[in-house]
Design a protein around this ligand. Structure first.
Ligand code: IMP
Ligand code: MG
Length: 175
């Protein structure tokens, strides 16, 4: 099966924006206990680049959230795993996500994590997709706004493929 891919955001633009986000995060959190909660699996490449540019101490942890399964549309339910074991009480927490689409996943995560007593809770997302009827989500650290299209690359997949592409591509569905 061959997917058609169209370039949307180059590796070069991503690199520049990631450095800007990292400086902003460091500036805002100097001298405070900071935890990055990285959402598996899609945010791993973004988070790996982001982390290496944040010049202040922080700790990391991971949660898994899945809403898509094998499909290219959100299934409407979000499965979280393991979030109860995160030790974030009193920490300033930034949830690092690849993409906010309907907002369902990030809303579910923020609701679950806020139960664990963080000192603050913000969202960092590489991409914000603009879809009609999406729930409003406050993204304090946002990479790029994108139109309503399915994208892959830079950690994001379609049925586990294309995560290794260095840039973000639009996946064109087969006719
Ligand atoms: P939401 O719950 O609809 O906001 O979807 C967010 C999650 O779905 C993200 O964490 C991604 O893993 C996945 N997702 C949403 N849109 C895309 C896309 O265009 N490509 C790849 N994954 C996506
Ligand atoms: Mg995801």
């Amino acid at each position: 099966m061959s997917d058609t891919l169209r370039p949307l955001i180059s590796a070069r633009r991503i690199k520049k924006r990631v450095a800007e986000l990292a400086s902003q995060i460091a500036e805002d959190h100097r001298g405070t206990p900071l935890t990055l909660v990285i959402v598996l699996k899609g945010a791993t490449i973004f988070a790996a680049d982001l982390m290496r540019q944040i010049g202040i101490p922080f700790v990391i942890d991971f949660v898994r959230a899945s809403s898509y399964g094998e499909a290219a549309r959100s299934s409407g339910t979000v499965e979280l795993s393991d979030e109860e074991r995160l030790d974030i009480a009193g920490h300033h927490v930034i949830v690092v996500e690849d993409i906010v689409d309907t907002g369902l996943t990030i809303s579910a995560l923020v609701a679950a994590l806020s139960q664990l007593g963080p000192a603050s809770l913000d969202v960092c997302a590489l991409l914000h997709k603009h879809v009609a009827g999406a729930r409003p989500v406050a993204i304090r650290y946002k990479g790029f706004d994108i139109p309503d299209a399915f994208v892959v690359g830079y950690g994001m997949d379609y049925a586990e493929r294309h995560r290794n592409l260095p840039g973000v591509y639009r996946l064109i569905p087969e006719a």
